[in-house]
Design a protein around this ligand. Structure first.
Ligand SMILES: Nc1ncnc2c1ncn2[C@@H]1O[C@H](COP(=O)(O)OP(=O)(O)OP(=O)(O)O)[C@@H](O)[C@H]1O
Length: 804
């Protein structure tokens, strides 16, 4: 007699048991000893060299819940309440449980899959049973008849279905891309009415043709989903296939049984970007059971290892921390035979120093690909009998096309290099990562590379006037979010300190800040509609904060790529925005070569109403003096404590051997300094309590369209003062009301720029010549100096030999 087909539930158990067995086999495989065995933090090597990976950072603990990095409940210490699951998730977790129960029977006492103990499984099971009972009870309590219960269930189903349905007419452009219904649901939830051009071009190639993709498109054009959706699409298609096979045949092909294996590895150059990409993918993967986990430096390694124990299908990380865990043998990260996607986001940044070594090591760990199938790299842990997946490579950036004649190659679709040698170009990097020759090359960048709705402008001013220009922009036009970019941390500290003295509330972000503080600064910036962030280039790439209206380049960056990425923090998606570069005479040749790389011949000059400047300069001069005094004070304090600390550490008794006079002098000086500081602060306070207004302006009536947040604050101060004067008229020696404040004409920088419309042609040829003659002058000076030095040396020698 033919044997009966096993029941559906039993079949599912068998399949999941198979995959659990495979996972256990992988766990027991030895780690390749050829890899460096080091406990060092890879970031320590980058200290001071690299703005992106954060220099010297201690691995502090981050509160995962703050950044949405919680472990699924079952994996948390103590494994409390099971997560609230969707219908689909519930089914899967139930089947997982059944397998765990069987594993327990087979290998009593051993830890069950993914670190859950028998006890925990038992507890969860009991809880679930209770839950089921409760569930079964609930409708009975509220409904009288079985019929009614069925109606409720049907209505719920209907609601579910209605929720699942996406309005065809509104989202028709997406339907051509044939995405999974769950992804369509997310897209409609996120209200992305149509795919962006880069998404339209990449999704068919990446998701349906299984091709590798090199994608270049302007900043803010939706590149994350251009590679994210194909990944999710494939994972969901595979799940559906598995379910179908189980239903039809009672079991699934081994090749589609891949739950709990790493399927996509996405590498980004900065930690903030990795967290943001994770967040973005999580939003789209909502309602599916695909897990996305960030692995970045500056956070506790142990916590990240725990996150990896949940066996997420998608890992997004920075090269340093990823390599640290991979070289440490983290099992989930070295089971690379199952990897179906390898993504380099902001790829051109990856070839810069700092990331290079780790990235190269990661790429060397990937199973090698020979057209059509994968070979196992000797460093990669694999299991025989497991079907290796065809891996796709995605390489994306807004500025790939800027690298020397890469644009031409992109256009011709002839991006190909020798397979050996250094990974010092994107082409070499892509090929080493396994990019196949039939890759889809999608370059949607225009000649200027910049986003279409970005208005670029500049202000030419002496170096020492940059602060005044910045204060003018922030106070006269301080509407919407603004990011001020500096090249050096010293400049960042300088302007943030000045602006704070001037009551301009700025946030800072740079690589020497601890990771927690960096993320907090971004969060606070996000939360304030008129926030001002002063940042180094750590924030230049990828940060997606809606409502950034203005980008100010306080110092010009070192490369055209960085300029593009910085400016790209505004005018994202379909929004518009403006960038303002402050150009000192020293930077003008750099600026013109920048224009040249974008084939720009004219640039708009940002309008400055010079009648504001006397007041601006007055305030700034006071702020500078205050800043100097404060710095001196804190420097003195630091020196003193340093001396005392060191003396104490060697048990030295420091004698006060200053004379009476000297001591009295010091006290007098300190007193004078603090009196000076007080006066300056008082003077500035009184200036700040008046609204900033043009010199020629009548102060009697101040009226206009809008009011900047800074002015708002000043008005409030003023109102408080007036109130105090009114309440206490005796202190008020002048009862006549001086001013009526109604508002102030405040337009945001973009509006000011549009209404001024003052375009200035850049004399690129002239600037080039100027630069050449400057270089010549410098060379000549250097030669003269050397000649003089040689002459003197010879004379000395002569004198010496004559004397002998
Ligand atoms: N189809 C779409 N419709 C509307 N908005 C979208 C769409 N796709 C993505 N977005 C939104 O556009 C913004 C920019 O997307 P994303 O960060 O992916 O851009 P990017 O091209 O990677 O930018 P960058 O080069 O600066 O990293 C995000 O806020 C994202 O949510």
């Amino acid at each position: 007699m033919a044997s009966q087909p096993p029941k559906k539930k039993q079949r599912k158990r068998n399949i999941v048991r198979q995959s659990a067995g495979q996972l256990e086999r992988f766990d027991s495989l030895p780690w390749a000893s050829s890899l460096p065995d080091t406990d060092d933090d890879p970031f320590s090597a980058l200290a001071g060299l690299n703005d992106f990976e954060g220099g010297v950072l201690s691995l502090e603990e981050i509160d995962e819940s703050e950044y949405g990095l919680e472990l699924p409940k079952g994996f948390q210490k103590g494994g409390k309440k099971p997560e609230k699951l969707t219908k689909r998730k519930r089914e899967e977790s139930n089947s997982d449980e059944v397998v765990k129960e069987e594993v327990k029977n087979d290998e009593t006492g051993e830890e069950v899959n993914n670190g859950e103990t028998e006890k925990e499984v038992g507890k969860t099971k009991k809880k679930q049973k209770k839950k089921k009972k409760k569930k079964a009870k609930k409708p009975k309590e509220s409904m009288d008849t079985e019929e009614e219960t069925v109606t409720v269930a049907e209505t719920n189903d209907q609601v579910d279905k209605e929720e699942d349905q996406v309005d065809d007419s509104e989202y028709h452009a997406w339907y051509e891309l044939r995405l999974h219904p769950l992804l369509m649901k997310s897209i409609s939830r996120l209200k992305f009415i149509e795919p962006t051009p880069i998404q339209k071009a990449c999704i068919p190639a990446g998701a349906h043709q299984g091709k590798d993709v090199i994608g270049a498109a302007e900043t803010g054009s939706g590149k994350t989903l251009a590679f994210g959706l194909p990944i999710l699409q494939r994972l969901l298609e595979e799940r559906d296939k598995l379910e179908r096979q189980v239903e039809e045949k009672g079991e699934a092909d081994e090749k589609v049984v891949s739950r709990g294996l790493l399927r996509a590895l996405i590498i980004t150059p900065t930690r903030e970007l990795a967290l943001q990409v994770t967040d973005h993918l999580k939003q789209v993967a909502k309602g599916t059971d695909v897990r996305v986990v960030p692995i970045v430096g500056g956070m506790s390694t142990e916590k990240q290892e725990r996150l990896l124990k949940t066996r997420p299908e998608i890992v997004v990380g920075t090269p340093g921390r990823l390599w640290e865990l991979m070289s440490g043998g983290e099992i989930h990260l070295v089971e690379l035979h199952s990897l179906s996607f390898f993504v380099l986001d902001e790829a051109d940044r990856m070839i810069d120093n700092g990331h290079f070594h780790e990235l190269q090591s990661i790429i060397d760990m990937l199973p090698m690909i020979r057209e059509g199938h994968q070979e196992v790299s000797e460093n990669c842990v694999t299991a025989s009998g497991f079907q290796r997946k065809k891996r796709q490579t995605f390489v994306f950036s807004a500025t790939i096309a800027l690298s020397s004649d890469f644009r031409k190659k992109l256009k011709r679709g002839s991006v190909k290099t020798k397979s050996d040698g250094e990974l010092n170009s994107i082409e070499a990097l892509s090929e080493r990562a396994g990019m196949r020759s039939n890759a889809a090359v999608i370059d949607l960048t225009n000649a200027s590379i910049m986003a279409n709705n970005l208005e670029e402008s500049f202000i030419e001013c002496p170096e020492e006037d940059k602060d005044a220009c910045l204060y003018y922009i922030l106070s006269v036009h301080g509407q919407g979010r603004t990011i001020v970019f500096c090249t050096s941390i010293a400049a960042l500290r300088h302007i943030s300190s000045l602006m704070r003295i001037l009551n301009v509330n700025v946030l800072t972000l740079h690589a020497q800040m601890q990771q927690r503080a960096r993320l907090k600064a971004i969060d606070r910036f996000r939360a304030n509609d008129h926030g001002i962030l002063v940042a180094t280039d750590v924030a230049a790439r990828g940060l997606d904060i809606p409502g950034v209206r203005t980008v100010v380049h306080y110092q010009l960056p070192h490369s055209a790529e960085v300029y593009v990425h910085r400016s790209g923090r505004t005018a994202r998606a379909s929004a518009d925005g403006c960038s303002i570069a402050l150009i000192s005479p020293k930077e003008s040749s750099k600026f013109s070569s920048l224009c040249k790389s974008f084939s720009k011949e004219s640039f708009q000059q940002f309008p400055i109403d010079s009648s504001y400047m006397p007041e601006v300069i007055k305030r700034l001069s006071l702020a500078r003096q205050i800043d100097r005094v404060l710095r001196k004070e804190s420097q003195d304090k630091a020196d003193k404590t340093w001396f005392q600390r060191n003396a104490e550490s060697i048990e030295l008794i420091v004698e006060e051997n200053d004379s009476e006079d000297e001591r009295a002098n010091t006290i007098r000086k300190t007193k004078a300094n603090s009196a000076k500081l007080k006066n300056l602060q008082q003077e500035l306070k009184s200036l700040l309590s008046r609204p900033l207004q043009p010199k020629s302006f009548s102060s009697r009536y101040l009226a206009g369209a809008g009011i900047s947040p800074l002015l708002q604050q000043q008005f409030e101060e003023l109102a408080k003062q007036k109130l105090a004067e009114k309440e206490n008229p005796r202190n008020n020696n002048n009862n006549k009301r001086k001013m009526v404040v109604i508002g102030h004409d405040c337009v945001e920088p973009l509006q000011a720029l549009r209404s001024s419309g003052h375009e200035v042609s850049m004399d690129l040829k002239g600037a080039g010549e100027k630069r050449r003659s400057l270089d010549n002058l410098r060379r000549k000076r250097k030669e003269d100096k050397k000649r003089l030095h040689d002459q003197k040396r010879k004379q000395r020698k002569k004198l010496k030999s004559g004397g002998d």
